[in-house]
Design a protein around this ligand. Sequence first.
Ligand code: HEM
Length: 396
Amino acid sequence: MTATAAAPVYEADIYEDQALLEPYEHYRSLRELGPAVWLEAHGAWAVPRYAEAKAVLFDSDTFRSANGIALNEPANTAILGCTLASDGDLHTRLRKVVAHRLTPRALRPMNEIVTRKAEALVAELVAGGSFDAVHDLARALPLSVVPDFIGWPEQGREHLLEWAGANFDSFGPMNDRARRAMPKCGEMAAFGAEIVRTGNVAPGSLGASVLEARDQGAVTTEQCMMLMLDYLAPSLDTTISAVGSAIWLFGTRPDQWDAVRADPGLIPNAVNEIVRFEAPIRAFGRVAGTDTQIGGVPIAAGSRVLVLYASANRDERKFERPDEFDVTRPDAAEQLGFGYGEHGCAGQGLARMETQALLAALARSVRRFHLGEPRRALNNLIRALGSLPVTVEREG
Ligand code: HEM
């Protein structure tokens, strides 16, 4: 597959280290070039602008997820048939197996648990005065909530972060990061298969619902394995990224923290603004099922299409002052960081709950975040800090 004669072309590799560290100028250049830009280094069409990104995500009949999510064939083959990488009726059926457990109503009992854990964690860290916002805060809450919610056995949890990170690396182009990740993804899949074989999930958990669906004939054993990973793999790094970015953003823009402290009712909007400004997932792919067009650029059937959520969220055609972090932004909820349409994030209720609970507890007890030197974690898909030392100035 190549670009059509008149289509804009971008030569740079947007997955090399420096581009992952500083992606926003690349995204700006891509947006200026057009609604669909041929990425020479990756053999795929980038969709960098908001309107077309949303339209592609919405049109899941044309832009397919099966064989389309990752930028390389081995990863697409490995995940074929999971919720994320399925289409049409199969996708609807798979999503239905556990989606009912993630609705706001079903998550209500989780709110108390998440709030209690967030408050205890923040109280302990704030009392200490200094901590690492990634290791001690952003990772600690999801790790203490999500594996229990999914029902993942205690044994094996020590690998979860490494496996989940590898899973996201594997979805990029077949660069060194993706190559290194493949064996880890295999380990995670094997562990998931073992859990399904032995039925070793916590009673009443999301994982238990998946096994029940298999026992009732709603899904096959193989689909059951995929579903187990579907909900575990994307549930940690994403939220960790959002919380780590939040502390960095509020530390570097204290006026925004003052606004949140003055009106904690802004916290849900602040979470949208964090996910808009520093989209935890940079991009996911699709494959064009038929000859089509994106913003007038002809796209041949079989072409790979890369929807750049992180670029769409900074599109000056959609958002005013897109490079400013503003928790009062009236249209922050329109960000595409959780995706959109049929494949829109199934776990966003839980992610929002965790992030909001931490920010609410922090808003009550922290006046200022004084930041040390941040270190970025490099991953093909996830934009996140790997470490962020912080000293807090306490309230009162
Ligand atoms: C800040 C946190 C999160 C972000 C930014 C995020 C982002 C996303 C995005 C962009 C997609 C769309 C994929 C696509 O377009 O193909 C997605 C899908 C998905 N997410 Fe999340 N996610 C987060 C947290 C979670 C959590 C906590 C869970 C699980 C409990 C989860 C489970 C899923 C699943 C299962 C899908 C696939 C949905 C489908 O294909 O129908 N996510 N997420």
